[in-house]
Design a binder for this molecule. Sequence first.
Ligand SMILES: *[C@@H]1O[C@H](CO)[C@@H](O)[C@H](O)[C@H]1NC(C)=O
Ligand SMILES: *[C@@H]1O[C@H](CO)[C@@H](O)[C@H](O)[C@H]1NC(C)=O
Ligand SMILES: *[C@@H]1O[C@H](CO)[C@@H](O)[C@H](O)[C@H]1NC(C)=O
Ligand SMILES: *[C@@H]1O[C@H](CO)[C@@H](O)[C@H](O)[C@H]1NC(C)=O
Length: 456
Amino acid sequence: MLRVLVLLYLGCVVIQCQEMCGYYNVTDALGVLEQSPRLMYLRPVSDWKKPTYVTLDVTMRAVLEMDEKLQTLKTLMDLEMIWGNQLLSWEPGDFCGISRVSVPESTVWIPDIFLSEIIEDNSLDVLYVHLYHDGTMKRTKTLNVLTTCSLNLYKFPFDSQKCNLTFGLSTNPVGDVILSAGSTAENITLVSKALFNTGEWALQNINVFLTNISKNGETWSKAIYQISIRRAPMMYVINLIIPACLLVLVDVASMFIPMAGGERLGFKITVVLGFSVLLLILNDFLPNTDNPPILGIFCMVCLVIMIVSIIDSIFISYMLHLSTVHPDVPAWLKLWVLKRLAFLLRIQTKERAQSLAVQVDENKAANEKHPNSSELMNQSSKQVSNGNKDTTEIKLLKKLLRELLMLRRHLIAIKQEEEENSEWHMVAFVLDRFILILYLLIVTLIAVAVVVVWAA
Ligand SMILES: *[C@@H]1O[C@H](CO)[C@@H](O)[C@H](O)[C@H]1NC(C)=O
Ligand SMILES: *[C@@H]1O[C@H](CO)[C@@H](O)[C@H](O)[C@H]1NC(C)=O
Ligand SMILES: *[C@@H]1O[C@H](CO)[C@@H](O)[C@H](O)[C@H]1NC(C)=O
Ligand SMILES: *[C@@H]1O[C@H](CO)[C@@H](O)[C@H](O)[C@H]1NC(C)=O
C-alpha cells in the first residue's frame, strides 16, 4: 500500500515536471488580457501615496534634418522606459519558470510621457510592452520627432548646436510619477556615438539633467536631454566660402584693368552678379534673426565694397571724359587729391605733372616747327622730282625722307596722347589707388575678424 502511494507520488512529480506551460497560463492568471479598466487606465499602485518611478534611457541614432530657417530639428532616437506595476507580478516557479511576457500596449497603464519641444511625431507605434515577473514593465520605442531648437548660427558653417529634448508627464505631477535617468551622461554619449549616423551633423555630447519644474501650483518631474552636435562644414566651404573668396579676389584683380575704356566697369558688374548668386544661396540657409552669422556680414561688407569700387570706376570714366572736355581740375580737388591724398598714399604726382608739362611744351614747340619743316620737305621733294633723271642715290634718299616723315608724325601722335594724360588722369589714378588700398584693407580686416570668430 505504502509502495503504491510512493509510486503515485513519484509519478505525479514526473508528470508535473513534464507539465507544459504557455504564456496564456500567466496572462490568464493575471487577467491582463481582459481589457480590465483597473489595469488599463489607473496608475498601478496598491498605495496611492507611493509615487511610480519611471526610468528613461535615450539613445540618439541620427539627426535626420536641421532646418535653419524654421529652427527645427528632426531626430531619430530610441527611448526606453522602465517602471513598476504593483498589480501584475507572479512567481516564475508556478509557471514553469516563465519570468517575462509581452502584453499588448493597450492593455496596461503607460506613463503619459511627452516631449515639450515637439512639433511633429512620425514615430511608429509600439505594439507590445515587456512585463517581468516582479511587475517591472519595459517599453522601447523609436522616436522620429520634429522638435524646436533655438539655433545660434553666428559661427555658421563652423557652428555647433545644443538642443534640449525635455521629457515630462502630461497628467502626473511629481507626487505621482518621478522621472529618472537610466544611465549616466557618459554612457549615453558612448552608446549613442557608436550608433550615430553621421551626416551633416556629428554627435559631440549628450547631457542629462533631472529637474522639478513648478507650474500652476504643481510640481512636475522633467528629464532634459541636451544634445550637442557639430556641423560638417566641408560642403559649405567648397560651395560657398571658396567661391566667395575667389570672386572677391577677381574683383580686386579687376582694379588693375586700365581705367580708360568701359571694360573694367562691365567686368566688375559681372563679378557682382556672380557674387549676388552666392548671397542668394547663403540666404537659403539663414534664419530671419537679429543676430546674423558672421559669414553673412562678411558677404555684405564684400558686396558693399564691390559696389563702392564700381561707383569709383564710373567716376573715373567720368573724369577721363572730363579731361577731354574740361581740362582744368578744380583747385580743391587738386589740393585734396593730388596733394594730400597722393602724399598719404606716397604717390609722386608733382614730378609727373612737371615732366608732363615739359613734354607738353616740347610738343607745342614741335607742333610749331612741324608745318614749316614739312613744307620744306615737300618743296625739296618737288625740286628733286623736277630733275628728270633721278640717280639711285636720290631715290634712296627720297625713300629715307618719307620714312623719316612718317616716324615724325607717329611721334607727334604719341606726344599728343601723352598730353591728354592730364591732371584729370592723375586725379583718377590717385583716387583709384586710394579705393584699391581701402578695398584691400577692409577685406583683409573683415577676413581676419571672420577667421578669428570661427577659430574661437
Ligand atoms: C496551463 O494551462 C493549460 C491549459 O489550460 C493547463 O493544462 C496547464 O495545467 C496549465 N499549467 C499550469 C502550470 O497551470
Ligand atoms: C536646456 O536645458 C538646460 C538644463 O536645464 C538649460 O540650462 C538650458 O538653458 C536649456 N536650453 C534651452 C535652449 O532651453
Ligand atoms: C556605464 O558603462 C560602463 C561600461 O559599460 C558600466 O560599467 C557602468 O555600469 C555604466 N554606468 C551606468 C550608470 O550605467
Ligand atoms: C523632485 O521632487 C521629488 C519629490 O519631492 C524628489 O524626490 C526628487 O529628488 C526631486 N528631483 C529633483 C531633481 O530635485
